[in-house]
Design a protein around this ligand. Structure first.
Ligand SMILES: [Zn+2]
Length: 406
């Protein structure tokens, strides 16, 4: 006879208001988070992902690590191999060297923890993780400049276990446009080579990730791809009003293609009022730094550190958006793209602590199950949103073996 389940508060200590029913739905579900930037913090900040941290603002704090992945009950986590725009400027080979450092970092993290983690490339890996109470770790490449205009390098990343790639980051590249276009980089559509990249990803069975791309690149992808596409971490522009968010036409197009929009939890993309307040914090810190720079004998490094600490203190003072605002985005995508086409793309450890209340780190994920059930979503639909939809796309695209090269 099966023992009765523990009360919800004992199973999920970060979310004490969780009902027993919400805890049961969450614990039975395959829970997938399509985007987390923990590897960046491991590489750049010396963040020790093997030990537990507290959520909060600043380098001492964080939203995920091994103990909290395990406690959260998440089934599958895509970790980002993220290449900053600065590496694209530092040609040649800097972007490639950088993405390779990420591949090593993520593989080493999984290899250190065989009792808790499984390196994953297929749906079978997700199901095995669920059965063995482990976490399936996938790799997603963030920033198409990583492949340095080479289909061979794309194939090497696939061979090393990467299973999605955002075609751009905030910088556009030689073949795809970005929604931001930092440093005056490309914001237009896909070039012919960009279409070849999409087709090669289709051939390999690697997910094309449209998070970060410009609207015109997005629609060029939709016209080119034969597979469903994902947005690994994008919210709804109708609510967030940020260019990184997706318009209703884009949401519908992902749905019609059978893909999934994984909603980003970043407060700047969810809440225009938070974004405006954050802009004011940064403007005040900039004015303060400019004044300091005019002092005789100004120390550039000290001014930079002071700017960072003023921004951090100002950000900490901003009221977090309520969890309901994140649920509003999920609800919007479910209504516009369809309930079969929405998922979770937290962007944890890539958002400088700027997250909704009651969603402070990975152990708060069960609050999404509770919030959706409270809004009248069925158990089955909550299960799809938590990860069932991503599992379907993994089955459709990643489980396929690469087809023969043309
Ligand atoms: Zn991103």
């Amino acid at each position: 006879m099966k023992p009765p389940p523990l009360p919800a508060a004992m199973r999920h200590p970060s979310t004490p208001a969780l009902s027993g029913h919400a805890a049961d739905v969450y614990d039975d579900a395959i829970v997938v988070d399509a985007h987390n930037d923990l590897p960046s913090r491991m590489l750049d900040e010396g963040y020790d992902a093997d030990v537990r941290h507290q959520p909060g603002y600043g380098k001492m704090y964080g939203e995920s690590d091994l103990p909290r992945f395990v406690e959260s009950g998440i089934t599958a986590q895509f970790l980002a191999a993220y290449v900053n725009a600065t590496y694209a400027r530092a040609k040649p080979d800097q972007s490639w060297t950088r993405v390779e450092a990420y591949m090593d970092t993520i593989h080493a993290f999984v290899n250190r923890h065989p009792d808790s983690l499984i390196f994953a490339t297929t749906s079978a890996d997700i199901r095995r993780a669920k059965k063995e109470h482990k976490v399936a770790i996938f790799i997603g490449v963030e920033g198409g400049h990583a492949i340095e205009n080479s289909l061979d390098k794309l194939r090497q990343l696939y061979a090393q276990g990467a299973r999605y790639m955002t075609l751009t980051w905030n910088n556009g590249n030689d073949w795809a446009g970005s929604s931001i276009g930092v440093d005056g980089t490309r914001t237009g559509g896909l070039t012919d080579f960009g279409k070849d990249v999409v087709r090669e990803m289709n051939r390999l069975g690697m997910l094309v990730d449209v998070s970060h791309v410009s609207d015109s690149t997005f629609f060029d992808v939709i016209a080119t791809t034969e597979d469903p596409v994902i947005a690994s971490h994008s919210s709804a522009r109708a609510l967030g009003r940020h260019p990184r968010d997706m318009t209703d036409d884009m949401l519908r197009a992902v749905g019609q293609r059978g893909g999934v929009v994984n909603v980003n939890f970043f407060a700047l993309f969810l809440d225009p009022r938070f974004a405006a307040a954050y802009d004011s914090v940064r403007a005040a810190a900039r004015a303060d730094a400019d004044a300091a720079a005019r002092e005789p004998g100004a120390d550039t490094a000290a001014i930079r550190a002071r700017y960072d600490s003023v921004v951090e203190a100002g950000t900490r003072a901003l009221p977090r958006p309520p969890l309901s605002m994140l649920l509003d985005h999920i609800d919007h995508v479910a209504r516009v793209a369809g309930v079969d086409h929405v998922g979770l793309g937290s962007d944890f450890d890539g958002v400088d602590g700027m997250l909704p209340a009651d969603m402070l780190d990975v152990t708060y994920l069960p609050n999404i199950a509770q919030g959706l059930l409270d809004r009248g979503y069925s158990d089955a639909d909550v299960t799809k949103i938590l990860g069932g939809n991503m599992l379907r796309v993994v089955e459709m695209v990643l489980d396929r073996k690469p087809s023969a090269a043309p």
